[in-house]
Design a protein around this ligand. Structure first.
Ligand code: URA
Ligand code: CA
Length: 436
């Protein structure tokens, strides 16, 4: 087989065989496929697409490119969740300990922030001392002790995805349903979960901006999961506005602690989406028959304090300083808190999640380049939600700031991301669809 023939074949819109796809993916590891050839082939995939069968072959070739984690010696159904990436999307820090508190087993490998979207590992590291790189045996030990552990992916997991992602990020080939589906599902399958709940975001702050694309992506991922014998469900959730009130790592950890402490109403958007995701996880774990049975279990895990206790124990096992959980103000101690006030009266009619995420990134909450470091304490705390009434001069948000270099640009993008109108906007759904 020749790689140049395979690139041309996809360029001309033909379908690959399993052997051809394995040849390309194996070629990443053994050096027979150069970066520029892989990039050219991925661009052909972007333009021509792939059948569901090709996408499944691609996913299993990526899984086979590195080590796979065996969690079979841990008790119960191992359940994982994955978000396709959002802003103020703090669900893992709430959902993982809550599911553990209800008897579930959550052994999860997470990622870092990408562009304007946040990453769970960065949020965990907002607690001083936390180390997200743990040997496999230590990871399993923490799961046995606390029912939950969230760490980084081991170095040798899915090396094909690491290379493909790095090239896609800089070659205009991120936005492709088969490439996104195989990237996410190969990592989930390689990291060993029996059951997977996918949170596919749609809207201005998501990688899939339209509902139609999000539904197609979810369908492809659910089919891949089923084909390899993993129980998989996808929720399509809204990312036309930030999900929670906090954007920034320490701010989001603090918000998660507040949700788990019962300080946030159950009908709050972040809490509602957490309950939806956790209910699916309990269902796939065989711990609840349906959502109606799961929700009271989740509420009592908050009211008893068990959910928060699981998060605290996990953070301590990862090396974290528990005084930051007990006094979450310490997570967001900054030089200056700057109120951002409304310049007009009306209703908050639009919140562009991508622009708000980018504003927080400029304050130091995210990375512009892979090697940039993050300031865990900085970010944006929203004071108003989508649809809220606001008067001129009222606080729209508070910026938590240390380095003021990009402050003016952050404020400009933030204001660009907020639209105030005279009429109250229609409520947006939080969950558009569930794909099983
Ligand atoms: N997240 C991933 O892990 N991969 C993608 O391709 C997009 C989002
Ligand atoms: Ca910067």
């Amino acid at each position: 087989m020749l790689i140049t023939d395979l690139i041309a074949k996809k360029r001309d819109g033909f379908e690959h065989s399993r052997e051809e796809i394995a040849f390309i993916i194996n070629g990443i590891g053994n050096g027979t496929v150069a970066d520029y050839q892989l990039t050219a082939w991925m661009m052909a995939v972007c333009c021509r697409g792939m059948t569901d069968t090709e996408t499944a072959y691609l996913t299993s070739a990526m899984v086979d490119s590195g080590e796979t984690i065996d969690l079979s010696d841990l008790p119960g159904v191992k359940v994982d969740k994955h978000s396709t990436g959002g802003v103020g999307d703090t669900t893992t820090l709430v959902v993982a300990p809550l599911v553990a508190a209800c008897g579930g087993t959550v052994a999860k490998m997470s990622g870092r922030g990408l562009a304007h979207s946040g990453g769970t590992l960065d949020k965990l590291e907002s607690v001083p001392g936390v180390c997200v790189e743990q040997p496999l045996e230590r990871f399993k030990h923490i799961v046995r002790e606390t029912g939950v552990c969230v760490v980084g992916q081991s170095k040798n997991l899915d090396p094909a995805d690491k290379k493909m992602y790095q090239l896609r990020d800089v070659s205009g080939t991120v936005q492709s349903i088969p490439l996104i589906a195989s990237s996410i599902m190969s990592k989930k399958i390689a990291s060993g979960a029996d059951a997977i709940v996918l949170d596919v975001k749609t809207g201005s702050g998501a990688f899939m901006e339209t509902l139609d694309e999000a539904v197609r992506l979810a369908g492809v991922m659910v089919e891949i999961g089923k084909a390899v014998g993993r129980r998989t469900v996808a929720l399509i959730t809204d990312m036309n506005r930030p999900l929670g009130m906090a954007i920034g790592n320490g701010l989001e950890m603090k918000e998660a602690i507040e949700v788990l402490s019962g300080k946030v109403p159950y009908d709050d958007p972040l809490t509602s989406v957490c309950f939806e995701l956790a209910a699916q996880m309990l269902k796939l774990s065989g711990l609840a028959a349906d959502k109606a049975e799961a929700i009271p279990m989740l509420k009592s895990a908050i009211e008893s304090g068990e959910g928060l206790a699981r998060l605290r124990r996990m953070l301590v096992e990862l090396g974290g300083d528990p005084s930051y959980v007990d006094d979450p103000e310490k997570l967001v101690s900054v030089n200056r808190c700057i109120p951002i006030r409304a310049e007009a009266s009306g209703y908050v009619a639009e919140m562009d999640a991508k622009l708000l995420g980018t504003a927080a990134l400029l304050l130091g909450a995210g990375r512009e380049k892979v090697e940039d470091s993050i300031d865990p304490a900085v970010g944006i705390l929203m004071k108003k939600r989508y649809g809220d009434r606001i008067e001129e001069g009222d606080e729209l948000a508070v910026f938590y700031v240390n380095d003021e270099t990009d402050l003016a640009e952050a404020e400009r993008l933030f204001r660009l991301g907020i639209t105030i109108r005279d009429d109250q906007p229609e409520p947006l759904p939080l969950v558009y669809d569930v794909i099983e």
